[in-house]
Design a protein around this ligand. Structure first.
Ligand code: HEM
Length: 373
């Protein structure tokens, strides 16, 4: 190990499936988690703004009500879809992730408490009588959205701390109680903001999707949803360009270089991501000037779908670049168990299909439509 700090050894038990498969599953499930998390956070912020504007304009009051009713389910979905990458993260990077989780044990443990309180708040806003408790419920909503943002902050602390074993000893011995975060990390704030600003842009897609779904039944409200969502998407993505540049230059130089040609995949992903995000803004802005904005809005959302995949690839390349001095995934032993693997894949695909079907029924089924009338 030479002068390298001691980090716990990887689990000697061989992986039961090829490395690449675990990596793909980690990235795919993380992408799903982050999309729903964006709907939750972005939807929450838009619900607050719409609630405030709703005092003068019924369109906004209705939007806020609609979003508030969806949020408890989005929180449940975010948590459920967080469990899957959590498992794969532990399989691939367990010894690093466990150590950072122990160093910041209390804030990490508080995630469960914070989420429970936020959950209660969201439920109150969704189901309590809005007319008699409007002001209090407005504050409850703000409180719950704030707590959800706090959870994201704790995640970014842990997922950056696990990348820097050289800092662990110092942080731990300064305060072994577990009341630590990773606040001295240079990329912490821009990385966190990058996720949060993205959640406003992607959260706006929730409005656009509702608009697309309602187009035939209530074209006026549907157009409003697509246009308002489209504006949230465009403005937050413009801000994202600034935050993204800050994130990039906050990285240590040798890590930044992986996006500047050192790692071909990461470099192409970044360039393509920037170009596609720019294209999506232009397409959306063109769509919003049209009587029927649906086609442009769908194209812009599809482009951003590709951008999200590219960003997940970049984030993964960055993680492996950080960990390269300490640990390579190829060091892990692999002994594929084909029977178990096949069973897992069948159940995994089946699970995702059932989940999509359930979401469709829940948000867009006949009963859901009847409830909204
Ligand atoms: C509901 C509130 C939540 C929010 C706002 C949230 C937000 C985030 C954010 C922003 C990240 C990326 C952090 C970074 O890379 O800097 C992240 C990653 C992650 N989240 Fe969540 N999360 C939430 C709940 C959960 C829960 C309850 C779980 C597990 C049950 C979970 C599992 C994960 C995992 C495993 C990752 C990292 C995946 C990887 O590094 O490849 N999340 N989350």
């Amino acid at each position: 190990m030479g002068n390298l700090p001691l980090i716990p050894a990887a689990d000697p038990m061989p992986l039961p499936a090829p490395l690449w498969l675990f990596k793909v599953l980690l990235l795919v499930t993380f992408l799903l988690h982050i999309i729903v998390m964006n709907f939750l956070l972005g939807g929450g912020v838009i619900a607050i703004v719409a609630r405030w504007r709703g005092a003068k304009d019924e369109k906004f009051a209705r939007l806020s009500r609609d979003l508030s009713k969806k949020i408890p389910s989005l929180l449940a979905a975010t948590i459920t879809l967080g469990v899957a990458p959590l498992l794969f993260l532990q399989v691939l990077y367990g010894q690093l992730f466990y150590t950072s989780s122990v160093i910041m044990a209390w804030p990490w443990f508080m995630v469960v408490v914070i989420l429970t309180i936020a959950y209660y708040g969201y439920y109150l806003v969704a189901f309590k009588d809005q007319k008699n408790n409007a002001a209090v419920l407005g504050w409850v909503l703000i409180g719950s959205v704030f707590l959800t943002f706090l959870v994201g902050f704790i995640y970014t602390n842990n997922l950056t701390l696990m990348l820097t074993p050289e800092k662990w000893g110092k942080i731990y011995f300064q305060d072994p109680s577990g009341w630590n975060l990773n606040l001295t990390e240079g990329m912490l704030l821009p990385r966190y903001l990058h996720f949060m600003v993205a959640s406003l842009a992607i959260g706006a897609f929730l409005l656009i999707l509702s608009g697309l779904y309602r187009w035939k039944r209530d074209v006026e409200n549907a157009r409003f949803l697509i246009q308002y969502g489209g504006k949230w998407f465009m403005y937050s993505t413009m801000v994202q360009f600034l935050v993204g540049i800050w994130f990039l230059i906050a990285l240590p130089k040798e890590k930044m270089m992986i996006f500047m040609g050192e790692n071909l995949l990461a470099t192409i992903a970044m360039l393509a991501g920037i170009l596609l995000a720019l294209a999506a803004i232009f397409v959306m802005s063109g769509a919003l000037r049209k009587e029927d904005p649906r086609k442009g809005a769908i194209t812009a959302m599809s482009l951003i779908g590709v951008v999200l995949v590219l960003m997940v690839i970049m984030r993964d390349a960055l993680r492996d670049a950080y960990l390269a001095p300490y640990f390579k995934l190829s060091d892990l032993a692999v002994k594929t168990q084909f029977g178990v693997l096949l069973l897992f894949l069948v159940l995994f695909v089946g699970g995702i299909l059932v989940w999509i079907w359930m979401m469709k029924k829940y948000f867009f089924g006949a009963q859901a439509a009847a409830l909204k009338e």
